[in-house]
Design a protein around this ligand. Structure first.
Ligand code: ADP
Length: 420
């Protein structure tokens, strides 16, 4: 029961991102997929556990229910502090879910107030005078104003949050943060006396987030993106050098890609250009009843087992649009996710021990198919893209789950070559 911090992330790849941040801070970190049950395993001796939910754009009541179930599970594992992780661009609708989930976690913990800061300086997300910037633009002037699910047309965090909660929202501005930990603690107490429940804090740098993390160490509930999580992680007394998690070695290496993001398409192109075995899955043929999975396995068995292989459904925007028009978006996704999930199981049965999965939804499909409920977070191949250690029915696996747009263009080559 050493668990110090329990984190609830509102989406899948956000969970990976924040888990990598805790590990950078030197915490032994587990990542759990979906609302855990009594039987969900937690690797031994973890300092941090991150539960990755998909609660960002679900109805608020559902997001609250799942988050509370996750909080109860984390408490049952002995965690003292809950960190609610949302996107560094504060992705939410006018009514939630950041406000309702924060309030529910605070109510359940009997906590008077929380500190909230979505800043993530390495990614250009900073908070000044309560306004969220994306590089040199206000959030509301950035491309996020056109986000398909959660368009962000206001940059004022106090205003955004006030619309999502019946409670008071306050601000700790940069000059106080720059005065240091004691000044921030005093400001938190002053807000508490004034009945403020959500305290937004300014932060421009990782040093600012380290101050905020140290000041928030005793709060039962803290909220923000990966930046404040890392600041908090560094404040824990045990945090030091990141522990080297031993990853499974040997076995075959494979990439399964279902992301159609520009960066994943570049990564596929580099892998292919290096002359490594690559196979594109014909989604329309699969929908028409051809046994594409069996064909892919025959192809896999014929490859040199010493080389990593890539199997991908990923398509260019034009190709994707054509498939989606013919099958419908949901059916196309179901075909792809069904194929890649089934192939993941077959690959592991055939001795793949290093598996890289590209795509947030695709990662969900693969972990579900492999019945992987929790992994231990290891070293990062690229920022926010860690290797993880996963136990499966067929043996232990080095597993990398990456969001479509994450990682450098040579990630597939580098990540799998390093481990050959
Ligand atoms: P990202 O992280 O880039 O958003 P995801 O895996 O979350 O990647 O989403 C990609 C979506 O595109 C998945 O639902 C996947 O099933 C779908 N998809 C991938 N390839 C194709 C294709 N060839 N035709 C239609 N849909 C596809």
């Amino acid at each position: 029961m050493t668990l110090r911090i329990g984190c609830i992330a509102d989406d899948f790849t956000g969970g990976t991102d924040v888990a990598a941040a805790f590990r950078r801070a030197g915490l032994r970190t587990a990542l759990v997929f979906g609302v855990p049950h009594a039987t969900t395993p937690l690797p031994d001796d973890c300092d941090a556990a991150v539960i990755a939910l998909k609660s960002r754009s679900t109805p608020a009541a559902e997001a609250v229910e799942e988050s509370l179930a996750a909080q109860r599970w984390l408490w049952s594992k002995g965690t003292a502090q809950i960190y609610f992780k949302y996107c560094s661009t504060f992705d939410s609708t006018p009514k939630g879910n950041i406000g309702p989930v924060s309030d529910a976690l605070l109510d359940a913990a009997g906590a008077p107030l929380t500190l909230a800061c979505p800043a993530s300086p390495p990614n250009g997300r900073t908070v000044y005078q309560g306004h969220l910037f994306v590089h040199d633009q206000l959030l509301s002037d950035s491309p996020l104003r056109h986000h398909p699910l959660t368009p962000m047309t206001d940059s004022s965090l106090p205003r955004l949050l006030a619309a999502q909660t019946p409670h008071r929202v306050g601000l700790i501005a940069l000059p106080t943060v720059r005065q240091g930990v004691d000044a921030v603690r005093e400001a938190l107490l002053a807000h508490q006396r004034d009945g403020v429940r959500h305290v937004i804090a300014d932060a421009l740098t990782d040093d600012d987030l380290a101050v905020l993390g140290a000041a928030a160490l005793e709060l039962p509930v803290v909220t923000g993106a990966a930046g404040l999580a890392e600041g908090l992680g560094h404040a824990y007394p045990t945090a030091g050098a990141a522990p080297a998690e031993p990853l499974p070695t040997g076995g075959r290496a494979a990439v399964l890609a279902g992301s159609c993001s520009a960066r994943t398409l570049e990564q596929i192109a580099q892998f292919y250009a290096a002359g490594l075995p690559s196979l594109h899955l014909d989604v329309l043929a699969a929908a028409a009843g051809r046994d594409i999975a069996a064909e892919a396995l025959t192809w896999f068995d014929a490859q040199n087992p010493d080389l990593p292989v890539l199997v991908y459904a990923s398509a260019s925007p034009e190709e994707l649009a054509a498939v989606q028009q013919q099958l419908g978006v949901a059916e196309a996704a179901a075909q792809v996710e069904g194929l890649l999930g089934a192939l993941a199981v077959q690959f592991v049965e055939r001795g793949v021990r290093r598996l890289l999965v590209a795509g947030g939804e695709t990662s969900g499909a693969v972990t579900t198919a492999l019945d992987i409920r929790a992994v231990l977070v290891g070293e990062e191949a690229d920022p926010g893209v860690p290797w993880t250690h996963a136990a499966t029915a067929h043996g232990d696996l080095a597993l990398m789950l990456k969001s479509g747009n994450f990682g450098a263009p040579d990630l597939f080559l580098r990540a799998l070559k390093d481990r050959t």
